[in-house]
Design a binder for this molecule. Structure first.
Ligand code: GN1
Ligand code: MG
Length: 356
């Protein structure tokens, strides 16, 4: 076993001596290990990525506050992530080399899916994220720190896009005139949700901000949700961000970087499935939030497309890419999804009404 990892684990209040610690999972951000102790108990050890997360203290403060709050509500201990404290009683360890480490209890008897195997799986992920929203409806969201400032401030994303377009550091602007035009034609509408928040028409909520299926743990036996994981981007926001990002990713018929746009659209059946699951688990949404669900889906998709386009103009510095032009391909699928949603707008609104 790795000596350094053992020394780190020594500083956490585990139940018994460590017998193994192996690299685990497919995450792209943090470094993760599965730890087993002499009693057979399992833990997850993670080194927090400080390049992506500059404010680890704020991030860990958010996770501790939200998980402690949820623990009072859930009945199954697997219904919430549990941080294991350090021997000094802290929620994370600051190592002498400057890295930050944390330990969670392993969520036993659970599965985690990369893609839905059936529409029911997608439905259950909607229930999981709806539950998360519902359970935290009275949590004072403003007390959480904004882990990544302006993360879903769509208006601010446009400001950064305009800056990138004006600077055109890679000389790519001329190739993307159609995409630029598509984005700019929707700039005013893109501010709809942030304007409603500022006007007090939408409530500030605790949001997860990475509402993909693989961030839900399902019970291995019942295939029903246990808890949501990857709480690093939990911060104050709008419920519509979480709903919208799920639709953007989960109701799309093709990969985010599909080149053949004729394969890309938003599947209305999957949209309906997710909406039904989310609304059934989250009856506490206000009428304005319900009415704006289609707008949440559209604006999260538009925003993501604008972010990909901005990164393409900037020379692919934020999103990791595997080939030249991948960010432009990603931008195009997102804009195709937006156009498809616009053509299905009345159906999207009708489905929300039918699910209420
Ligand atoms: C990033 O790292 P990943 O794939 O979970 C991004 C999301 C985007 C997504 C698009 C912290 O998420 O906001 O929607 O890529 N996360 C961050 O694929 O920027
Ligand atoms: Mg993630």
């Amino acid at each position: 076993m790795n000596e350094k990892i053992l020394k780190i684990l020594d500083q956490f209040a585990l139940d018994a001596a460590v017998v193994s610690a192996e690299r685990y999972g497919g995450g792209h951000i943090n470094e993760t290990y599965l730890v087993v102790t002499a009693s057979g108990r399992r833990y997850i050890l993670q080194r927090i990525n400080q390049y992506v997360f500059k404010n680890v203290e704020g991030l860990m403060g958010n996770i501790a506050a939200v998980t402690e709050y949820l623990r009072e509500i859930v009945t199954d201990p697997r219904g919430v992530m549990t941080l294991v404290k350090t021997t000094a009683g802290k929620d994370y360890l600051t190592h002498e080399d400057g890295n930050f480490w944390r330990v969670y209890d392993f969520v036993e008897d659970s599965i985690c899916l990369q893609l839905p195997e059936t529409p029911e799986d997608f439905y259950q992920s909607a229930v999981a994220f709806g539950n998360f929203q519902q359970q935290l409806k009275d949590f004072p969201a403003h007390t959480l720190c904004e882990v990544i400032p302006n993360f879903h401030n769509t208006a601010d994303r446009y400001r950064l896009f305009r800056e990138a377009l004006a600077a055109d550091v890679c000389g790519r602007a001329a190739q993307v005139r159609d995409e630029v035009e598509f984005a700019l034609a929707r700039e005013e509408e893109a501010a709809t949700l942030v304007n409603m928040l500022a006007a007090g028409e939408l409530p500030l909520r605790v949001t997860h901000n990475d509402t993909k299926l693989n961030n839900v743990m399902l019970d291995a036996r019942t295939r029903k949700p246990l808890c949501v994981v990857d709480l690093d981007t939990v911060m104050p926001g709008l419920s519509l961000y979480d709903f919208g990002d799920s639709i953007r990713f989960g109701a799309a018929t093709a990969a985010e970087d599909e080149k053949d746009l004729s394969k890309v659209w938003m599947d209305l059946n999957l949209y309906e499935t997710y909406t039904r699951g989310f609304l059934s688990a989250c009856p506490g949404l206000t009428q304005n939030e319900r009415d704006m669900l289609p707008m949440g889906a559209k604006l999260m998709t538009l925003e993501c497309g604008v972010r990909f386009l901005t990164d393409y103009l900037n020379g692919d510095v934020y999103f990791s890419t595997h080939y030249e032009g991948q960010n432009l391909d990603r931008c195009r699928t997102q804009f195709k999804l937006v156009a498809d949603m616009e053509s299905k707008w009345d159906d999207m609104k009708r489905i929300v009404k039918e699910c209420e």
